[in-house]
Design a protein around this ligand. Sequence first.
Ligand SMILES: Nc1nc2c(ncn2[C@@H]2O[C@H](COP(=O)(O)OP(=O)(O)OP(=O)(O)O)[C@@H](O)[C@H]2O)c(=O)[nH]1
Ligand SMILES: Nc1nc2c(ncn2[C@@H]2O[C@H](COP(=O)(O)OP(=O)(O)OP(=O)(O)O)[C@@H](O)[C@H]2O)c(=O)[nH]1
Ligand SMILES: [Mg+2]
Ligand SMILES: [Mg+2]
Lengths: 276, 290
Amino acid sequence: LNGLNSLGTEETEELEEVLLQADVGLETAEKIIEEVKKADIDHKNHNEMNAALKKTLKEFFYLDDKRALTLKEKPSVVLFVGVNGSGKTTSIAKFSKMLSEQGKKVMLAGCDTFRAAAIEQISVWAGRLDIPVVKGFSGADPASVAYDAHESALSKNIDCLIIDTAGRQHTKDHLMEELKKIINTIRKKDTSQPSEVFLVLDSTTGQNGLSQAQKFNEFIGLTGVVLTKMDGTAKGGIALRIEKTLGIPVKYIGLGEEFDDFCEFDPDSFCEALIN
Amino acid sequence: DLTQKFQRLFKNLRGHGKLTEKNIEDALRDVRLALLEADVNFKVVKQFIQKVKDGVLGSNVVTSVTPGQQFIKMLNNEMVSFLSGGEPETIKSNDNIILMTGLQGSGKTTTCGKLGLVLKRGGKKILMAACDIHRPAAIDQLEQVGKRLDIDVFADRALNDAVKIAEMAVRRFTDGGYDHLIVDTAGRLHVDSSMMEEIKKIKTVISPSKIYFVADSCTGQDAVVSADSFHKALDFTGVILTKLDGDTRGGAAISIKHVTGRPVVYVGVGEKSQDFEVFYPDRMVSRILG
Ligand SMILES: Nc1nc2c(ncn2[C@@H]2O[C@H](COP(=O)(O)OP(=O)(O)OP(=O)(O)O)[C@@H](O)[C@H]2O)c(=O)[nH]1
Ligand SMILES: Nc1nc2c(ncn2[C@@H]2O[C@H](COP(=O)(O)OP(=O)(O)OP(=O)(O)O)[C@@H](O)[C@H]2O)c(=O)[nH]1
Ligand SMILES: [Mg+2]
Ligand SMILES: [Mg+2]
């Protein structure tokens, strides 16, 4: 009977350690182990074990039909949000390059009017990409910058307007309301927008990542996750919990600090990397 | 929260006297879940649970009238002692040169300003050095931070070498009669060997008396890996944990202390320069235990 006593305590512990180290969290780790134990395989066979484990992990990423980029109308507005330092501005540069290479006319909106040199930072990226960026003066209302950018994008026949926002803690309601205001401002001109709202999440984040996703989703609704800094040693396992429990698909991965260090999220290679 | 859980777990024992090993196992399972949810590294959790278990079995918790409260008190004390100890690492007047290091986006540049402000308010003359030549507008960022706080910043946009800039900054520090030099560096991965070589070289040329590993408090299990790696490369003296104004429990504090032996010295509690505090182990423990 391949089943309940198939996995010894030592193997179970080893499996649990791999999963915990990957930041999947204890409850998720226990669920995965239960599934693997029940699997109809030879649990003593290393290859079959790995295959079963990978299959179980991939089941958390069940939103493959929602993973593709959805750009509605023109200009399609894509909003990048997330906590401080997660990699939003850099991800926008990478995402913009990707769209430009697909022949799309891209414009940036520098709606981080708060942090020191945020405007200079996005301007450098826009310059490197040779794409227009609409920015405000430091301390300006982010929603007003979004408004100006949207106006400009409409008049300049832009395909995609990408909005950078200031980092913020999801526990600060007034900052979360600020994001709502940006979205409402865009909706005044086009109720079909934004086409996408991406949570940019640092892959070294632990279980707090779920709280981040929950809160941002509650306030503004998220359509996808960008998981950054996957070129480090963190596995980004919190993404399993986010996609499974919140129904938000992981769409892109950040793999470094340059333009090309960006790719579409592939559950198969992600799960493969997690168990290695 | 844990206290209520234990009150419930142990309340059936009142009148029956002794805690059994089974009761303790149940309680420890809850502790384990709480600590893992708080992002304490699982290896550290294992050791900690064992310590608590041995402590409980050998103590008067077992025969106490309020075992739940006693248990929590023991947990608390064990964790506080886990986080305390080691050299007190706040800046002294002869800590002239301070090096800031850490992973990308952890809060180094912002924290340079925070530390500078604290020292400036103590009447000291501060110089900050912009040694991140890698991130777009990094020098602008530190200069703006310095301008806002009226703290001098040394930068050289013509020099394309972080080590040379650090060297020049030390010269400016000495010639300018400053009390403290705070050196900001680029975020880097512990697995990026050329960047780890760079930070080692910076350390060699500036010879800092304090090296702070600036870490994001919402870091998960990977905290032990990166901290261990940075510690082996630089032998940093202390940790600054940032973004504690969020709702992360901050278990990384325990993991980092455990694997490096280095204490958390300061914490960042917001984006403004004033949002900076000295680290108190007992406050952190209440937060981690939820
Ligand atoms: N190694 C690595 N570094 C990254 C990645 N994405 C971003 N970074 C770095 O992370 C740091 C922070 O990136 P930003 O783009 O400024 O992050 P942000 O979310 O816009 O930050 P705030 O606007 O301050 O909240 C920078 O040093 C980036 O170069 C990635 O995928 N890999
Ligand atoms: N909420 C909050 N934000 C913080 C704190 N410390 C820093 N930040 C923010 O975190 C983001 C990253 O801060 P930086 O100072 O640019 O981080 P860094 O380590 O210098 O980044 P790199 O140089 O790219 O590695 C910014 O948005 C800061 O305002 C803190 O304690 N709380
Ligand atoms: Mg940014
Ligand atoms: Mg910096």
